[in-house]
Design a protein around this ligand. Structure first.
Ligand code: ATP
Ligand code: MG
Length: 200
C-alpha cells in the first residue's frame, strides 16, 4: 500500500501526518517512510530520536521499497502540476492535510480543482490542527469544504505534536502531556478510516 501526503500550503501538518500514519502502519506490517521533501523534515524527525519505522530519502527509496509492505511518502508544499500528476500516479491514496483557516482552505480548494482536472480518483482531505470545542473553527472549516472527500475524523491542535517532533518520537510516546494520548487517538481513528477507504 502506498500512501502519499501532499498539498499546496506549507506548515499544515503534512510531515506530522506522514510520520503518524507511518507509525500506525508500522505496528501492523513493515513500513517505509519516504522523505520526498528537500527540507528533510521527516528525516530530521527520525534523526532527533527514534521512530518505529525506517525513513529514507526519495533517491534511496527505489532500493528499499521492495522490502516493505507499506510505503508512506511525505512531500514538499506547492507541487507543480507535473509533480502532482506523478504523486497521484504513484500512490493508492493521496492524503491532503489542511488547517482550518481561510488561506489553507483556499489552497486546498485550488489543489482539488487541479486534482479533478488531472482525473485523480483516490484522495481525501484531512482537517488538522483543529482547536477544541467550544471553538467552532473545526465545524466551520468542515462546512466550507462541504462536498469534498473529507475524512470524517479530524486531528486536534495539540502542543504534544511539537514536543514529539522535537524529541524525534511519535506523539504516543510523549510523556507528561495529558493530551498526547488523545492526539495519537486522532491519527489512529483517521488511519482506520484510511484502511476502509483503500479496501473500498
Ligand atoms: N495537530 C497539530 N497540532 C499542533 N501543532 C501541529 C499539529 N500538526 C503539526 N503541528 C506543528 O505545526 C508545524 C508544521 O507541521 P508540519 O511540519 O507537519 O507541516 P508541513 O505541512 O509538513 O510543513 P512544510 O510545508 O514546511 O513541510 C510543526 O511545528 C508541527 O509540530
Ligand atoms: Mg513537511
Amino acid at each position: 500500500m502506498i500512501i502519499t501526503v501532499a498539498g499546496f500550503k506549507g506548515g499544515v501538518g503534512k510531515t506530522t501526518t506522514a510520520v503518524h500514519i507511518g507509525c500506525y502502519l508500522a505496528a501492523t506490517a513493515s513500513t517505509l517512510l519516504v522523505d520526498g521533501d528537500p527540507n528533510r523534515s521527516a528525516t530530521g524527525w527520525a534523526n532527533r530520536g527514534t521512530l518505529p519505522l525506517k525513513v529514507v530519502d526519495v533517491m534511496a527509496s527505489a532500493k528499499h521499497a521492495p522490502n516493505f509492505e507499506h510505503i508512506v511518502i511525505d512531500t514538499a508544499a506547492r507541487p507543480d502540476r507535473e509533480s502532482l500528476e506523478s504523486l497521484v500516479e504513484g500512490c493508492d491514496l493521496l492524503i491532503l492535510p489542511t488547517a482550518p483557516e481561510a488561506l489553507a482552505l483556499d489552497a486546498m480548494i485550488q489543489t482539488i480543482d487541479l486534482l479533478d482536472e488531472l482525473g485523480a480518483q483516490s484522495y481525501r482531505v484531512l482537517l488538522t490542527m483543529v482547536p477544541s470545542a467550544p471553538r467552532k473553527t473545526g465545524p466551520q472549516a468542515r462546512a466550507a469544504l462541504k462536498g469534498l472527500p473529507l475524512f470524517s475524523k479530524s486531528i486536534r491542535r495539540a502542543a504534544a505534536f511539537e514536543k514529539a517532533s522535537l524529541k524525534g518520537i511519535p506523539v504516543n510516546e510523549v510523556k507528561g502531556d495529558a493530551n498526547a494520548r488523545n492526539a495519537w487517538n486522532d491519527y489512529r481513528a483517521v488511519c482506520k478510516e484510511m484502511m476502509e477507504v483503500i479496501s473500498g
